[in-house]
Ligand binder design. Structure first.
Ligand code: SF4
Length: 354
């Protein structure tokens, strides 16, 4: 029988403590681990040979065991007004691409990263959900998106990514271990140096993982995708609501604020004629009025939820004003990247542009 070639693991799949162990076990002093971390994530090298201050012996021991290959960029599409760029990265075991979006806003460069290929939670308004869950992304694949985006920024002489949102494909809190170890590297001084205040994870409401996250010393922003003002309505569009209903989400948001000092943001996608009336305003005020949170409203983007559409801009504005008038800290989120299918709920893994 033909023997399959052995596939070496990627060094970028190691959490920081394991990376340190791998380096010291090659007889290298511990400070070399910091240098290798910088080569991987700040200088974004693709070969061990490029790691000039690591001894030749250590490099060849590492090379025998690991690879430092990059996640291949298959496609890049810029939006017409240049404020959003969508990236498609290839993986060897699927026809779907891992999609990420770079959002440009003043001095801010926000990378919207994916955590899974597809998603198993099946929210009806979401293109990613319609794929189903293909698999979790590895740490190297999560960080590979950020490396690819920073490479692109260098190529167009723009600045590195300053902010991170986990709002791309997948539910990050269902891929908790790889998400958390990636987060530590994004946050680390020798790697991406992006502070907790500039990182946000969006979740459909995986409460056990939110609990684990708030025990970490990483007070990142938490955004909970709410989209409805009662359980029957939410269960209809987000099946996860049967496990973690609206009241439980409100409860965990209060706990998160208490534990981390960070106010939770509730995301509310506005669908015309369904969740945009006066009853919605009254119910949301009753539900969220006492817990110290924000509510971020965005009109539904065109996509899979074809029997529904977002209200016109004026109506969205009026809805936000009514929430504000009833005492909620409500903001209107501008949708970007629609023309490259890079806006919320539009990532299909196929780099569709229209
Ligand atoms: S909205 Fe998020 S959680 Fe829901 S299906 Fe899409 S990717 Fe998954």
């Amino acid at each position: 029988m033909k023997k399959l070639p052995s596939i070496k693991p990627n060094l970028k799949d190691l959490p920081l403590p394991a990376l340190k162990e791998a380096i010291t076990s090659c007889g290298q002093p511990a400070f070399r681990a910091k240098q290798v971390t910088k080569w991987l994530y700040q200088k974004r090298v693709e070969t061990f040979e490029a790691m000039a201050n690591v001894s030749k012996d250590a490099r060849s021991v590492l090379e025998e065991k690991f690879t430092v290959a990059k996640l291949p960029v298959v496609a890049v599409i810029e939006s017409e007004d240049k404020d959003a760029v969508k990236f498609g990265f290839g993986v060897p075991d699927s026809e779907y691409l891992v999609e990420s979006v770079l959002l440009v806003d003043g001095e801010r460069r926000t990378a919207c990263l994916s955590s899974q290929l597809g998603c198993g939670l099946g929210c009806v308004f979401c293109e990613t959900g319609s794929i189903g869950l293909v698999r979790n992304l590895t740490q190297a694949e999560i960080l590979g998106q950020l490396i690819g985006i920073n490479d692109y920024q260098v190529s167009r002489k723009d600045k590195f990514v300053t902010n991170i949102v986990f709002m791309g494909m997948g539910e990050a809190l269902s891929n908790y271990d790889n998400f958390l170890s990636s987060l530590r590297i994004i946050n680390a001084e020798d790697a991406f140096t992006i502070g907790s205040r500039r990182i946000t994870v969006s979740t459909a409401g995986v409460i056990p993982s939110i609990r684990k996250l708030m025990q970490q010393d990483l007070p990142i922003g938490l955004a909970i995708s709410l989209n409805a003002y009662n359980n029957p309505m939410r269960s209809k569009i987000m099946p996860i609501n049967d496990s973690y209903p609206v009241e439980a989400l409100v409860g965990i948001a209060g706990e998160y604020f208490e534990k981390t000092g960070r106010q939770v943001t509730f995301e509310y996608v506005l669908v015309e004629g369904q969740n945009d009336g006066p009853e919605a305003v009254r119910s949301l005020a009753a539900l969220l009025g006492n817990i110290g949170c924000k509510i971020n409203v965005i009109a539904l983007n065109p996509g899979k939820y074809r029997n529904a559409k977002g209200p016109e801009f004026k109506k969205v504005e009026r809805f936000v004003q009514s929430l504000f008038a009833s005492g909620l800290n409500a903001t209107l989120r501008k949708s970007r990247g629609q023309d490259i299918s890079g806006a919320c709920g539009q990532l299909s893994g196929k780099m569709i542009t229209k």
